[in-house]
Design a protein around this ligand. Structure first.
Ligand SMILES: Nc1ncnc2c1ncn2[C@@H]1O[C@H](COP(=O)(O)OP(=O)(O)OP(=O)(O)O)[C@@H](O)[C@H]1O
Ligand SMILES: [Mg+2]
Length: 252
């Protein structure tokens, strides 16, 4: 299998703080890889660099072999790489279905989407609506399609973010803490859906997640970082038994 994502010697500074410090990692295609590390170790910063929100101070990012380094977020998104945020960013007054529709890649843009009247959508693109409904079924939100996003539970908001990423046609999805603040039953449901999406659609996932008690049984690969640097990378058993990982992360 090839690498969907390659991070090569990435450094991201905030003043004198080395938030990500000469980090090199790879994510194999069609796998679920999680990124772990103590608070402040640079996980979100790395996701922000990969998704184009921050420009790295040095190093390169490759997606399916193509160099994405320094591209703005919408260009990264267009290339097939979508991300979610640690705190969900949805269109709160739009419905669940509309939130998914807005994520369609050839959508003229979010400013345009914001100004749309509800009725415009329905006539706009029948094919897109059908695709959105299919995705809502996949992520388990079909029954709440006409609820406004602000009325969803925390777990449902995370699922809607995942649905939006799928609607963009992304082949690599970065999730920042998809089950934080979600009850254990729904958290397992979210990871089961991620597993299903990997198997049925061949989507690659790179996921920041603290809650290993839940995530561990679903993942193919773990990458551990601390102080912006790589600590360990390998299969779950290898990484969870790594002395440096135990000391810096699990033993805190
Ligand atoms: N925009 C910013 N400006 C300045 N410093 C920042 C910025 N973003 C992050 N940092 C700092 O960079 C370091 C890494 O932060 P980051 O948010 O990447 O950590 P994290 O691993 O995602 O932590 P958590 O598990 O708490 O989400 C921290 O010391 C943080 O305070
Ligand atoms: Mg974070």
């Amino acid at each position: 299998m090839g690498l969907a994502l390659e991070v090569r010697n990435i450094t991201k500074l905030f003043g004198s703080l080395r938030a990500v410090d000469d980090l090199s990692i790879g994510v194999e295609e069609k796998t679920i890889t999680i990124l772990i590390g103590p608070n402040g170790s640079g996980k979100t910063t790395l996701i922000n660099v990969i998704s184009g929100l921050y420009k790295p101070d040095s190093g390169r990012i490759f997606y399916n072999g193509a160099d994405l380094t320094g591209l703005p977020p919408h260009r990264v998104y267009r290339a097939g790489l979508a991300r979610t945020f640690q705190i969900p960013t949805l269109f709160w007054k739009l419905t669940v279905l509309e939130n998914v529709l807005v994520a369609k890649k050839d959508n003229p843009g979010e400013g345009f989407a914001r100004s749309l009247l509800r009725s415009t959508w329905i006539t706009a693109e029948k094919g897109a609506v059908e695709e959105a409904v299919r995705i809502l079924r996949l992520v388990g939100l079909a029954s709440v399609w006409d609820k406004s996003a602000d009325s969803l539970s925390g777990g449902q908001m995370k699922l809607l973010e995942l649905g939006r990423a799928l609607m963009s046609g992304a082949r690599l999805i970065l999730l920042d803490e998809p089950i934080s603040g979600v009850n254990p039953t729904l958290a397992h449901e979210i990871f089961s859906k991620i597993l299903k999406l990997r198997d049925e659609l061949g989507v690659t996932f790179f996921i920041v997640e603290h809650r290993l008690d839940i995530a561990l049984s679903y993942v193919d690969h773990i990458i551990a970082m601390a102080y912006g640097k790589l600590l360990a990378s390998g299969n779950p058993e290898m990484v969870m038994n790594d002395a440096k990982v135990i000391e810096s992360y699990l033993g805190e």
